[in-house]
Design a protein. Structure first.
Length: 204
């Protein structure tokens, strides 16, 4: 792709570095901005910079938040006896879209994957175990993608919680094995949460 302007080329490269954006799409986005009023482009750029500079991780559940505590954790109307454990912030958004869950969340920040060098200490598992020690929490729901890494992570967490009084359940397998939770349709995901079942270790 030949460019008559180095500025255009740099902008295209910036857009193309985003996931799911190819160079042709990046060029279309760049030319769209070129044809916009300067004020609109400045607002666009400032919105992204402001987000990146000021976004925080909730100190309780590690969801993205404008404040130290996210709007889910601070919402007194939520059922504080349930904590839904997910891999990423995108999974929180997917579950919230179903309107079938009104408890709290805990974002692990990934899954156990020894081949990638990701162990329990690289994830927010210790903080989850600390939350589970709170008498207010009665159930932990493992809403984790049904992949090999997901099953490994669920097994590890369940084993760690085996001696606690907290009930551990997992979403029903309406989500196909190997599928990503965030790509499941709202109806399937919602039903999977409602139809959750106790999670048992293989040797139980």
């Amino acid at each position: 792709m030949n460019f008559s302007s180095k500025l255009i080329e740099n902008a295209v490269e910036a857009f193309a570095s985003l996931p799911g954006i190819g160079r042709k799409t990046a060029l279309r986005l760049t030319l769209h901005l070129v044809n916009q009023d300067l004020q609109n482009t400045e607002q666009f750029a400032e919105g992204i910079l402001n987000m990146r500079r000021n976004i925080k991780h909730c100190t309780i559940c590690f969801n993205l938040s404008d404040e130290a505590i996210c709007n889910v954790c601070s919402d007194k109307r939520r059922d504080r006896s349930m904590v839904c454990v997910v891999e990423s912030i995108r999974d929180v958004m997917a579950i919230e879209e179903t309107s079938h869950y009104r408890g709290l969340y805990h974002v692990l920040g990934g899954l156990i994957n020894p081949l990638e060098g990701i162990g329990p200490s690289e994830l927010q598992i210790d903080s989850l175990l600390q939350r589970a020690a709170d008498d207010e929490i009665k159930e932990i729901i493992l809403a984790i993608s049904p992949t090999i890494e997901g099953d490994t992570t669920m097994f590890y967490i369940t084993k760690k919680l085996r001696d606690s009084s907290v009930k551990v359940s997992s979403i029903a397998r309406g989500v196909s094995f190997g599928g990503e939770l965030e790509y499941a349709d709202e109806v399937t995901l919602g039903r999977s949460i409602v139809a959750r079942m106790p999670y048992k270790l293989n040797n139980e």
